[in-house]
Design a protein around this ligand. Structure first.
Ligand code: TYD
Length: 394
C-alpha cells in the first residue's frame, strides 16, 4: 500500500517535472524565435530572471490549484481545459511581475507571450504523451478493478457480489472504520483523503458502494468520481431479512427484549419512524415503491406478509415474530397483507415523508425499474441490480 502511494507521488512529480521542462523549452524556443527575427543583442540575465520567475509561478500555481491532480484520469478535453486554466493563472501573475518589477520592465513581453503559447502546446502534448506512456507501462489486470465502499457488516458479501459481476476489488473503504489495514488481503483505506488519493492515482475502473444509503457517502467523493468520469455505482441488495437481537430472561414472565442500533443494524440514517396499528385481518396496504426511501420493517405483534416485486421477480417475506426484520432498499414495489387482526407494522425510514418520492402506479414502476436495471448479471437464480447513484438521487 505504501509503495503504491509513493508510486502515486512519483507520478505526480513526473508530471510536475514535465511541466517545468515544457516551460523551459518554450522559453528558449520563444527567445530564439524573437532574437532570430529581431537580430538584436539580448540581455540574457533578464531572460534568466524571468524564466526563474516563470518556474516559481508555475510551481506555485500547480500546487495552489492542484492542476496536476488527477491528471492521469483526465480525458483529452479536460486536459486542454486544465492546461489553459493553468497557463491563464501563470500569465496573470507573471503579467503583474513584468509590469511591477524593474526586471519585468526591461523585458520583452512578446517573448513571454510566445513562451506561453509554446508552453501551452507543449504541456498539452507532453502530458497526453506521458499519460499514454504510463498507461502502456501498466500491467493491465484481467478483470476490471474496483474500489468498494461498504460497512464492516457487509464487506464479505460486497466482495463476493463484485466478484460475481467480474470485478476485482482492489481497495476497500469502510464508512464506519474499524481500523483494519486489510481484509482478506485487500487494503483498507483509512480515511476519505486516502480514498480520494486512490481514486486519483490508482487505475480503478469503478467505484461501488454496497448495501449503504447514498447519504453516508460524502458529497465530494461523489463529485471527485464524477469529475474523473469514474462511474459511481450503488450495488445493493433489494431487500434483506435480518435477525433482530432479542434477549430473553430465564423467567418467561419477563418476555423478550429486542433492539436495533443505528449503523450497526440499520445501514441508513433514520429520519422517520411510523407504525400501523388497529388493523383487521386480510387488510392489504402498500401498493407503492420508493425512489429514495430505505426502510426497515418489523412486526412486534402478529403476522404480516410483505410481498415484494423488483419488476422481474416477486417474493414474499412473512414477518411473524418481533425478532425478524426486513430491510427494503428503494425501487421495490411492496404490498402488505395482514394475516392476523391487530398485527402491528413498525417502519424505520431513511427519508422524511415526501409524496413525490413514491411511485404509486404499477406501470410507472415497471418503466422506472427497467430504466434503472442498468446491468443485470445472472448469478444463480437471482438477477443483480446496479443503479447509477446520481440518477437515483435526481
Ligand atoms: P400510505 O403511504 O398511503 O400508507 P400505505 O401505503 O401503507 O397504505 O399513507 C397513508 C396516509 O398517511 C397518506 O395520506 C400519507 C400519510 N402519511 C404521512 O403523512 N406520513 C407518513 O410518514 C406516512 C407513512 C404516511
Amino acid at each position: 500500500m505504501h509503495t503504491e502511494l509513493r508510486y502515486g507521488r512519483i507520478k505526480y512529480l513526473s508530471f510536475l517535472l514535465l511541466d517545468l521542462v515544457c516551460l523551459v523549452l518554450s522559453n528558449f524556443a520563444s527567445l530564439s524565435l524573437y532574437i532570430g527575427s529581431k537580430d538584436i543583442s539580448y540581455n540574457f540575465i533578464d531572460h534568466y530572471s524571468v524564466v526563474i520567475a516563470m518556474i516559481v509561478i508555475d510551481v506555485a500555481v500547480t500546487f495552489a490549484f492542484s492542476t496536476l491532480r488527477r491528471v492521469l484520469r483526465w480525458r483529452k478535453r479536460r486536459e486542454i481545459y486544465e492546461s489553459a486554466r493553468h497557463i491563464f493563472f501563470c500569465f496573470i501573475i507573471l503579467g503583474l511581475f513584468l509590469f511591477l518589477t524593474k526586471t519585468g520592465a526591461g523585458y520583452s513581453r512578446a517573448v513571454v507571450l510566445l513562451a506561453y503559447i509554446f508552453d501551452y502546446v507543449l504541456i498539452c502534448g507532453g502530458r497526453t504523451a506521458w499519460r499514454f506512456i504510463l498507461s502502456r507501462c501498466r500491467k493491465k489486470p484481467d478483470t476490471p478493478t474496483a474500489l468498494l465502499m461498504t460497512t464492516d457488516r457487509f464487506v464479505d458479501e460486497g466482495i463476493e457480489r463484485l466478484k460475481e459481476i467480474n470485478l476485482d476489488v482492489q481497495y476497500l473503504f469502510l464508512l464506519k472504520n474499524i481500523n483494519k489495514k486489510e481484509i482478506e488481503g485487500i487494503p483498507v483505506a483509512k480515511d476519505v483523503e486516502e480514498v480520494a488519493s486512490i481514486i486519483c492515482w490508482k487505475e480503478i475502473d469503478k467505484v461501488y458502494i454496497y448495501g449503504l444509503d447514498h447519504q453516508m457517502v460524502p458529497d465530494y467523493l461523489r463529485n471527485a468520481c464524477k469529475e474523473m468520469k469514474l462511474s459511481f455505482d450503488l450495488v445493493d441488495f433489494n431487500y434483506r431479512v435480518i435477525d433482530i437481537t432479542t434477549i430473553r430472561n430465564n423467567d418467561p414472565k419477563y418476555g423478550a427484549l429486542s433492539f436495533l442500533e443505528s449503523k450497526r443494524d440499520i445501514p441508513f440514517p433514520i429520519r422517520r419512524v411510523y407504525w400501523i396499528t388497529e388493523t383487521e385481518a386480510d387488510l392489504h396496504r402498500g401498493f407503492h415503491a420508493h425512489k429514495l426511501n430505505c426502510q426497515l420493517l418489523y412486526c412486534p405483534y402478529g403476522v404480516i406478509d410483505i410481498i415484494l416485486d423488483d419488476g422481474v421477480n416477486k417474493t414474499t417475506v412473512t414477518l411473524d415474530r418481533p425478532s425478524k426484520g426486513l430491510i427494503l432498499m428503494p425501487g421495490l414495489w411492496r404490498e402488505m397483507v395482514w394475516r392476523q387482526s391487530g398485527s402491528v407494522l413498525c417502519v424505520l425510514a431513511s427519508e422524511y415523508y415526501d409524496a413525490s418520492e413514491y411511485i404509486r402506479d404499477y406501470d410507472k414502476f415497471i418503466a422506472y425499474s427497467k430504466k434503472y436495471r442498468e446491468v443485470s448479471v445472472k448469478s444463480g437464480e437471482e438477477k443483480k441490480r446496479s443503479r447509477k447513484i446520481e440518477e437515483v438521487i435526481a
